[in-house]
Design a binder for this molecule. Structure first.
Ligand code: PNS
Length: 164
């Protein structure tokens, strides 16, 4: 049985992430979507909120072999603890490459068994990022093309509150 971990900030989850989850779930027996802390990015949603949004997404999309978890430590520690086989990341554009390559190499240095595989994003999502979604929401723009309808209220409400 092959287990993959798809780690990320998911702040919030977008259609781009969901597309990667859907494809990775078909490639592995078990997929753990892991909400992790990126120290370089300030988060707009708590880890619990992000986990809840992902759990709802997984249930609604009917991804039977996908679990959602969170970690406030090193990805590699979670990888070892969960006895995973692979780390999955989405690659949107060449601009992602340097950062992703550095992360993959670092994780492999920390644990030689930690293979990272990259799934190339679907063309229509290559421009999409959580940061972009947050910027649009913060200025009152329409984010319905980027995140599922059942998460819209939660995301827009967060930024409406900030404007008060
Ligand atoms: O969605 P992101 O922000 O690009 O995901 C990056 C993330 C959260 C996967 C990365 O920052 C991470 O692995 N954080 C956990 C702490 C860790 O292991 N850092 C070293 C990575 S080489």
């Amino acid at each position: 049985m092959k287990t993959a971990i798809y780690p990320g900030s998911f702040d919030p989850v977008t259609y781009g992430h969901i597309e990667i989850i859907s494809r990775a779930a078909k490639l592995f027996d078990r997929l753990i979507v892991l909400v992790s802390v990126n120290m370089l990015k300030p988060a707009s949603f708590t880890v619990e909120e992000r986990k809840k949004m992902l759990t709802e997404t997984v249930a609604r999309e009917g991804f039977a072999n996908v679990e959602v978890d969170s970690s406030d430590g090193l990805l590699i520690d979670y990888f070892n603890k969960s006895k995973a086989d692979v780390i999955v990341r989405g690659l949107r554009a060449i601009s992602d490459f340097e950062y992703e390559f550095q992360m993959a190499q670092t994780n492999r240095r920390l644990c030689y068994k930690a293979e990272t595989i990259f799934l190339a994003s679907k063309t229509e999502y290559t421009y999409l990022s959580s940061s972009m979604v947050k910027q649009i929401a913060a200025f009152g723009g329409d984010i319905s093309d980027f995140v599922p309808e059942y998460l819209l209220g939660r995301i827009t409400e967060r930024f409406n509150k900030r404007k008060d």
